[in-house]
Design a protein around this ligand. Structure first.
Ligand SMILES: O=C(O)[C@H](O)[C@@H](O)[C@H](O)[C@H](O)COP(=O)(O)O
Length: 260
């Protein structure tokens, strides 16, 4: 697993704009070399802030939107179209304004979908969808995602993997249901750490004073069960994208001076 690399920006707006520019380049390069790109989106303010910055980016249409596979790291298990669903918020921030191939937008099941209120069945269905997309070269149960993005919670959660809860301890399955999540809503579907670690690159987004302690804990060698963000590593790159406020409790030796 790759050692975390940190980039600290002046504020959360610049962090979102810079991360969006970084994502455009990553997708364009993947499409140029492999014909398509595969990205895992995250919910939350930082994740949606990045999507909004991407929607406003002048270079955004350098991306061939029809050759982009979008997946989700987690989803709130709510009815289709619910304003609190991550896919609803992603559509509002970006997806509804770009010409994606609907067959390549892989939303997690809703609580009024084919699996009803059975969140375990919904999770298993998404795991099967991932496995179907995993080519032989992936020798695994999930596609090799080019970039998997994760917001970081104040308690160091990523996706819907919360400290000490069963989902963060999962070592075999790629997708599980979550009950009793401390961040509402309580029922969710989430990728597990093994699925997250299949990504080429994992980018963790942390902006704001309320993330400073989480970043310091996750980057100080804490265990992944106590600090799930500590276990979110990419196969070739793990990148923490922070603003100065979220980096304020980190030892200065961990990162170069913040961007101007
Ligand atoms: O479903 C969710 O809520 C998100 O996937 C969650 O993991 C989020 O990314 C973090 O809680 C950070 O959220 P903020 O960026 O809003 O702090």
């Amino acid at each position: 697993m790759s050692t975390p690399q940190l980039v600290v920006h002046r504020d959360k707006e610049l962090m979102a704009q810079s991360a969006a520019a970084r994502l455009i380049t990553k997708i364009v390069d993947a499409q140029a070399s492999r014909g398509s790109a595969s990205v895992v989106l995250t919910g939350g303010r930082n994740g949606n802030g990045l999507l909004a910055a991407l929607a406003a980016a002048p270079a955004r249409d350098a991306i061939d939107w029809g050759r982009l596979d979008l997946w989700w790291g987690d989803e709130r298990f709510l009815p289709e179209g619910d304003a609190d669903r991550n896919v609803t918020q992603a559509r509002e921030a970006l997806l509804d304004s770009v010409p994606l191939d609907p067959k390549r937008v892989h939303a997690m099941p809703a609580s009024d979908g084919p699996y009803g209120a059975d969140v375990e069945a919904a999770a298993e269905a998404y795991a099967q969808e991932l496995a179907l997309a995993a080519g032989p070269e992936n020798h695994g149960a999930v596609p090799t995602f080019d970039v998997l993005m994760l917001g970081v919670g104040p308690d160091t959660h990523v996706a819907s993997l919360f400290p000490e809860l069963p989902a963060v301890r999962e070592t075999d399955r790629t997708v599980v249901g979550v009950h009793g999540a401390p961040k509402p809503p309580p029922t969710r579907v989430t990728l597990t750490l093994p699925a997250i670690r299949a990504a080429r690159e994992v980018w963790l987004l942390a902006a704001g004073e309320d993330k400073a302690q989480a970043a310091a804990i996750a980057l100080s060698g804490a265990g992944e069960v106590q600090a799930p963000a500590a276990g979110a590593r990419g196969r070739s790159r793990t990148l923490w994208l922070l603003d100065g406020a979220a980096a304020s409790q980190l030892p200065r030796s961990l990162y170069p001076p913040a961007s101007p």
